[in-house]
Design a protein around this ligand. Structure first.
Ligand SMILES: C[S@@+](CC[C@H](N)C(=O)[O-])C[C@H]1O[C@@H](n2cnc3c(N)ncnc32)[C@H](O)[C@@H]1O
Length: 312
């Protein structure tokens, strides 16, 4: 793993849109739950005054190192090395509720670009994919013992991979002969099952996404942090979430809908009986990156930004 923070860069996605729809108080307390290389955080700090505060959270060691460097040069910022569903502790430590919470989900470009992290199906490296390599199992470890049906379920549920059972069977047949420990070994195995007939998409795309989501417990962390946001945001505080695939976006969309009194009604418009009191108000509609950004940042292609304000 490289320790050089400047070697791999990350271009923040939908930066102007986030600041326009989410930022409101120059003396506020903000939390960037996915610090990465701090692209959004630095732009926010430029708008905060001396009384404003920003906490950055990340669980990736290189992101944490970049955040600690920033904290050393700006006393309004501090870095929290943790999963982002630690908001109660962050608020307790700050002694004030959050005026703005940002989540720019998924992996950063440095994580993808550094073959040693094992996220990429294009570059050979150890099959790891943990955002925090000091916690839990790597993908290689999990694939060495997981039941065939559990592997198939993960590929289907988190990758929407229709041929999940075939791939899981091939993984289990292969591991009897040799352990699956390298990213390209797995990518080639998947290609040998699916062929190469999808235009513009590597056949391992969906499976790598699924394994990454599973190994990092990504959807569980997202569900937790959304629930925590209701208790840790100030009234008038805003939640901004950028998601990169439909599973994440669906969770965010339904969470905002259900907590903003917009849950679907039954026949004749009658309540279904499971309505929740209104806590949030959506701010604008879901947004996508501008044409100009799409031209210069390929990661922004699948980004969807949703913003909501806490009203009760
Ligand atoms: C897309 S990047 C964020 C990039 C950042 N906005 C920037 O401009 O540099 C996502 C970051 O969130 C971190 N991350 C993802 N899920 C996390 C979680 N549950 N807890 C803490 N950090 C997480 C990843 O390690 C990664 O550094």
């Amino acid at each position: 793993m490289t320790t050089e923070n400047t070697q791999y860069e990350h271009q923040p996605v939908m930066l102007e849109e986030v600041l326009d729809m989410w930022f409101s108080q120059s003396e506020g307390f903000y939390v960037d739950g996915t610090f990465g290389r701090g692209g959004h955080s630095r732009a926010l700090l430029a708008r905060l005054d001396d009384n404003g505060r920003l906490a950055g959270i990340d669980r990736d060691p290189q992101a944490i190192a970049a955040g600690q460097e920033l904290a050393a040069s700006d006393s309004r910022f501090h870095m929290v090395a943790n999963r982002f569903d630690c908001l109660p502790q962050v608020v307790e430590q700050a002694g004030r509720p959050i005026d703005g919470l940002l989540l720019d989900l998924g992996v950063s470009s440095p994580q993808l670009d550094d073959a040693a992290r094992g996220f990429s199906f294009l570059r050979d490296g150890p099959l790891d994919m943990r955002m925090d390599p000091t916690q839990g199992e790597s993908v290689a470890e999990w694939l060495s013992h997981a039941a065939e049906k559990d592997i198939a379920n993960v590929l289907y549920r988190y990758g929407e991979e229709r041929k999940s059972r075939w791939i899981a069977k091939r993984i289990c047949d292969t591991r009897k002969e040799q352990p699956i420990t390298r990213t390209l070994q797995l990518a080639n195995l998947i290609e040998s099952v699916l062929g190469r007939n999808e235009q513009g998409k590597h056949p391992a795309t969906r499976s790598f996404q699924a394994l990454r989501i599973h190994i990092n417990g990504e959807l569980d962390a997202l569900n937790q942090v959304l629930e925590q946001s209701l208790e840790t945001l100030a009234i008038g505080g805003r939640l901004a979430i950028i998601s990169f695939h439909s599973l994440e976006d669906r969770i965010v969309k339904l969470f905002i809908r259900d907590h903003s009194g917009r849950a679907p009604k039954g026949r004749g418009g009658l309540p279904l009986g499971n309505e929740m009191p209104q806590r949030l108000e959506p701010v604008g509609k879901a947004m996508r990156a501008s044409k100009a950004e799409l031209k210069v940042n390929v990661r922004s292609r699948s980004a969807v930004l949703r913003v909501a304000e806490k009203v009760a």
